[in-house]
Design a protein around this ligand. Structure first.
Ligand code: NAG
Ligand code: NAG
Ligand code: NAG
Ligand code: NAG
Ligand code: NAG
Ligand code: NAG
Ligand code: NAG
Length: 498
């Protein structure tokens, strides 16, 4: 996924378990299928933003990414303690706290990865009890590049909830196009990137747009057909990935999109017409302070206002699977003057002591305290930078180019699951956890000779995802109760203490 074909092939033969063992992971008695990575965290001690780390670590190769065991959406503290582990049968991306109907929700994409860096799946919206409340499963008349039929056609790259309580997703159709003007076949195959804006309550499509119908010139692509780095258009499987859209945001009644393979960030008006076009190499409709200010970029976001000058954030990969070792990747904050079409670089966030070359994926996220979080995509690192651009925290969660997280966020999130806490008694030790509960401060351990005769036999402060308590002797019935301060939140099942 999101890799050059050659990189995929190079590691496709290694079994997922072997790869996972390269990096240490955590295990739990109460949740034996959860395997979050051990985080290697470095902090300077300078102020960090509030919030938890949301990311989707996975093994990055074609075959292995479909491994259930490694396909996790995770929330962790910046000390490496697991808060929530989201399992699905298929890979996940884009775990993200957003607002829907004025309430905090958690969104995540899951689906099948494909060999040219996009996916076919759906977006699940969870409420703050982790109940799935909506599933976004577009079913357009599309063809996949691998010839398979899929149930849902939302692509992995974007799932952005708008202030109109609609959701924007990307989707990819494999379609026929005359590619002779760019040196390809007359009856060639091309990947056509679509935007769907969907009302999650009705599944109605409010807005749709596609790169080919919009008339964007194929000549703007920075990946030539001849190079065959992103397909040569000769077949569905080799469909030319000329545009590669990886983010969409609704701003007022307009849409901002990022197209990795044209190195451009584009603003569309409400009817889908191109209002302006910012090319990272030559500026497009803008004048750059110097050439090549970004390449192969991800996660373009305009901050707050729609008035000129605009503040535009993106993750500047600068590198790709076939164009590596140029400049280190960075978090880029630009000021765009849409009147005189000038561009200013406000910040370029890079760790000079730890230069990172991210070939695919990545994210850039402005935090409330003026810090910034950069997720390095195919390089399994996350960095938080202070307002002065210095690195305040680095988290590593795997081996370079083997483990990835499409995007990484720091966000505040509080939740009380709809399901009960888990309990397991093993060899006279009581183990307890409650996946995703953010408010638990203490566990009360209840035990007794009969179901009706349970008494508190001790308490444990909740410090870690899983806590434990040693029984002094076996007892027929044990139960645990989760407390937030003095407030009882929920009790577990009653189990045997033998
Ligand atoms: C997707 O591409 C196929 C093949 O060219 C085409 O038949 C179909 O109409 C396209 N879908 C849409 C919604 O345009
Ligand atoms: C919307 O689509 C989802 C996923 O296919 C489905 O579960 C849900 O029932 C649909 N909602 C409506 C209102 O049709
Ligand atoms: C196009 O790419 C495919 C797959 O990599 C390859 O088999 C084929 O030979 C290429 N065709 C041309 C004309 O380069
Ligand atoms: C903006 O750039 C596009 C792509 O190069 C070009 O087609 C268009 O004419 C430009 N628009 C303006 C107003 O310069
Ligand atoms: C990309 O280039 C950098 C800088 O030269 C190098 O350190 C890194 O190993 C390269 N990555 C790959 C996958 O070759
Ligand atoms: C059970 O606990 C005892 C005492 O702590 C220990 O000696 C023994 O090895 C444990 N047995 C197992 C199977 O874990
Ligand atoms: C519980 O027992 C285990 C092994 O039997 C021991 O390592 C651990 O320190 C004990 N915990 C407490 C709190 O006594």
């Amino acid at each position: 996924m999101l890799l050059s074909r050659s990189t995929c092939l190079a590691i496709a033969g290694i079994a997922p378990v072997a790869l996972a063992k390269l990096w240490p992971y955590q295990s739990f008695v109460t949740e034996p299928t959860f395997h979050p990575p051990v985080l290697d965290v470095t902090k300077t001690g300078d102020e960090l933003a509030d919030g938890l780390i949301l990311f989707t670590p996975s093994i990055q190769s074609l075959k292995d990414i479909n491994s259930r065991e490694l396909a996790g959406a995770m929330i962790m503290t910046d000390e490496g303690e697991l808060v929530w582990y989201g399992e699905t049968a298929t890979p996940q991306t884009n775990l993200f706290v957003q607002k829907l109907d004025g309430k905090q929700v958690l969104t995540r994409w899951h689906g099948q990865g494909s060999n040219v860096g996009h996916g076919y799946g759906s977006v699940i919206i969870l409420d703050d009890t982790y109940s799935p409340i909506y599933e976004i499963c577009p079913k357009p008349d599309f063809i996949s590049n691998d010839g398979k039929e899929y149930e849902c056609w939302a692509d992995l790259h974007e799932s952005f909830i708008t202030d109109q309580d609609t959701i924007l997703v990307t989707a990819v159709n494999t379609t026929k196009a005359d590619l002779s003007s760019v040196g390809g076949p007359v009856d060639g195959w091309i990947l056509d990137d679509w935007i769907f804006e969907i009302d999650p309550k009705t599944n109605e499509t409010i807005f749709s747009w596609n790169s080919l119908s919009a008339g964007i010139s194929l000549h703007l692509s920075k990946v030539s057909i001849e190079s065959n780095n992103a397909g040569n258009g000769s077949s569905k499987l080799a469909a030319w990935d000329w545009f590669h859209m990886n983010s969409i945001q609704r701003i007022g009644d307009k849409y901002l999109l990022s197209s990795r393979h044209t190195w451009s960030i584009i603003l569309l008006d409400r009817d889908g017409n191109v209002e302006w076009y910012l090319d990272g190499s030559d500026g497009g409709n803008f004048t750059l302070p110097s050439s090549d200010i970004f390449k192969w970029q991800h996660h373009a976001r305009i901050k707050d206002s729609t008035e000129s000058p605009l503040q535009l954030d993106c993750f500047d990969n600068s590198n790709s699977g076939w164009d590596n070792g140029t400049n280190p990747s960075s978090g880029l904050k630009l000021e765009l003057n849409t009147q005189d079409k000038s561009v200013k670089i406000l910040h370029r966030l890079q760790d000079l002591g730890d230069e990172i070359y991210t070939q695919s994926q990545g994210s850039f996220w402005s935090l409330d305290n003026q810090n910034h979080m950069v997720g390095y995509g195919s390089i399994p690192k996350i960095k938080e930078y202070g307002p002065d651009g210095t690195t305040r925290m680095t988290i590593r969660f795997g081996e370079d180019n083997l483990v990835q997280s499409y995007r990484s966020y720091r966000q505040e999130w509080s939740a009380t699951p709809f399901y009960k806490p888990k309990i397991k008694v093993h060899n006279q030790t009581v183990y307890m956890s409650w996946n995703g509960a953010t408010g638990v401060t203490q566990w009360d351990i209840l035990a007794g000779m009969s179901k009706d005769g349970l008494k508190s036999i001790g308490t444990v402060e909740k410090k870690r995802f899983e806590s434990s308590f040693n029984l002094t002797s076996p007892v027929p019935f044990v139960q645990i109760a989760a407390y937030s301060g003095d407030k009882l939140l929920r009790k577990s099942d009653l189990v045997s203490g033998f």
